[in-house]
Design a protein around this ligand. Structure first.
Ligand code: ATP
Ligand code: MG
Length: 420
């Protein structure tokens, strides 16, 4: 019997994990610079958190959730996104009633959606996400976008487009919604089955339907951007001027409505043309009603989720110039016989104590086989200790890149490697 991973999941192997670690390090540093702190919430929540938070007319909640009953007969859901859980957490931990704003991020957090797996679409994937609670000004909308932008630039990704839109608020959206429903009611015959169901529940979603016929009728539909109330309109104008100040180019895309119900005012997506159909690397927006919706105080918020797998795809797709080389072991100690082995353990410890990565033979290979193994590992140096060297307290240190060899006293191996 042999096993394989469940459909839509992937192992992340050492040939890739070091790349993730590099990107994670870049992200952490940038988050720190912008004054964000990390939050880690459970990967499962009570189902209600997502139903109330994300909204039951969304695809994520209605079709894609991993929901099950646990042994205590509670309905539990593996989180499909990060924001609802973070909002639940800041309410529960009284952060929501403390001083604001609160700036949080989560990194490489596993998310679960029951979707059809394709390139850039998995059932378990990972997100880097940001949330800023309690700051109503459009300056944080811009800051959120600027941070995402800086991360992308820092990992060598430049060819992206930023699409922004405003989807209004409970003041202006209902009036617009009526207009939109009236528009689509006259063109019902052109809508797909899903959009017919959405027509009265969530008509805005028709605007980003991927079906060709829906897309066609949607083209002439009234736009929310022309129906914003003065406050939302002012917010959007300010966002644009702040983005200009950050030097970030944007495209206004009035058809971006985002898949989750909690959004208000600003919504945005950062899209790559280089990774095929699943081109959205980052999506986010403002969610001024969410915290209240989950039983907390009236507290506005804004955030985004960035798909780590898609980010890695764009990085690789654009040449991966910013990625470091795979880390190499600094020193492998090759030796023969038990006496030498004891000595090796001591040398190994000293090297590691001095910050040099080192390893030795643990399987009693021949000297020749040890060199071969070290070559396969791609180590920088091999320190070999035969009987003769052991007697004299010396090792032969070979630079595996240049082939150069010299004799070095045991105590000086570390120094010799550091100086190379
Ligand atoms: P899409 O339109 O591609 O389904 P979405 O609107 O459902 O995306 P969000 O909920 O906004 O996605 O999640 C934010 C980001 O997480 C996306 O922009 C994408 O990079 C990533 N993402 C979403 N779903 C998946 C998935 N199934 N597999 C891999 N990455 C995903
Ligand atoms: Mg989706």
């Amino acid at each position: 019997m042999s096993y394989s991973v469940p459909k839509g999941t992937k192992d992340l192997l050492p040939e890739d994990t070091y790349k993730w670690q590099f990107v994670e390090e870049v992200i952490r540093n940038i988050c720190r610079k912008y004054g964000f702190n990390e939050i880690r919430t459970p990967i499962f929540e009570h189902t209600e958190v997502f139903v109330r938070g994300v909204g039951d007319t969304t695809d994520v909640v209605s079709k894609e959730m991993y929901t099950f009953e646990d042994k205590g007969k509670r309905s539990i859901t593996l989180r499909p996104e990060g924001t609802a859980g973070v909002a639940r957490s800041i309410i529960e931990n009284s952060i929501a009633s403390g001083p604001q704003p609160t700036k949080l991020y989560y990194l490489s957090a596993p998310m679960f959606r029951y979707e059809n797996p394709q390139a850039g679409r998995q059932r378990q994937f990972h997100q880097f996400g940001l949330e800023i609670f309690g700051a109503p000004n459009a300056s944080v909308d811009a800051e959120t976008i600027a941070l995402a932008w800086e991360v992308l630039n820092a990992v060598g990704v430049h060819n992206l487009s930023l699409n922004i839109n405003s989807i209004g608020c409970p003041e202006c959206r209902p009036k617009y919604r009526e207009k939109l429903i009236a528009y689509f009611e006259e063109r019902k015959d052109k809508l797909c089955k899903t959009c017919l169901e959405r027509l009265y529940k969530n008509p805005l979603r028709i605007l980003d339907c991927k079906e060709e016929s829906c897309h066609e009728v949607g083209k002439d539909a009234p736009l929310i951007i022309d129906h914003l109330c003065p406050e939302c309109s002012d917010h959007f104008e300010k966002l644009k001027s702040y983005l200009d100040e950050y030097g970030i180019n944007y495209k206004i895309n009035p058809h971006i409505v985002r898949g989750l119900d909690y959004y208000t005012k600003t919504v945005f997506e950062i899209i790559s043309d280089e990774i095929g159909a699943q081109g959205t690397v980052c999506g986010g927006g403002r969610y001024d009603g969410l915290v209240e919706q989950l039983g907390g105080p009236k507290l506005c918020g804004i955030g985004f989720g960035m798909g780590m797998e898609r980010l890695m795809m764009v990085i690789e797709g654009t040449g991966a110039a910013a990625l470091p080389e795979k880390p190499r072991l600094d020193c492998y100690i090759a030796s023969m016989g038990e006496n030498a082995r004891v000595k090796c353990v001591g040398i190994l410890k000293t090297l590691r104590d001095n910050g040099i990565s080192a390893d030795m033979d643990h399987v009693s290979r021949s000297m020749k086989a040890q060199f071969k193994y070290a070559g396969k590992l791609g180590v920088r140096f091999v320190a070999s200790i035969g009987d003769n060297e052991l007697e004299r307290g010396m090792a032969r240190l070979k630079n595996m890149d240049t082939g150069e060899e010299k004799e070095v006293a045991f105590a000086e191996i570390g120094e010799a490697i550091k100086n190379a």
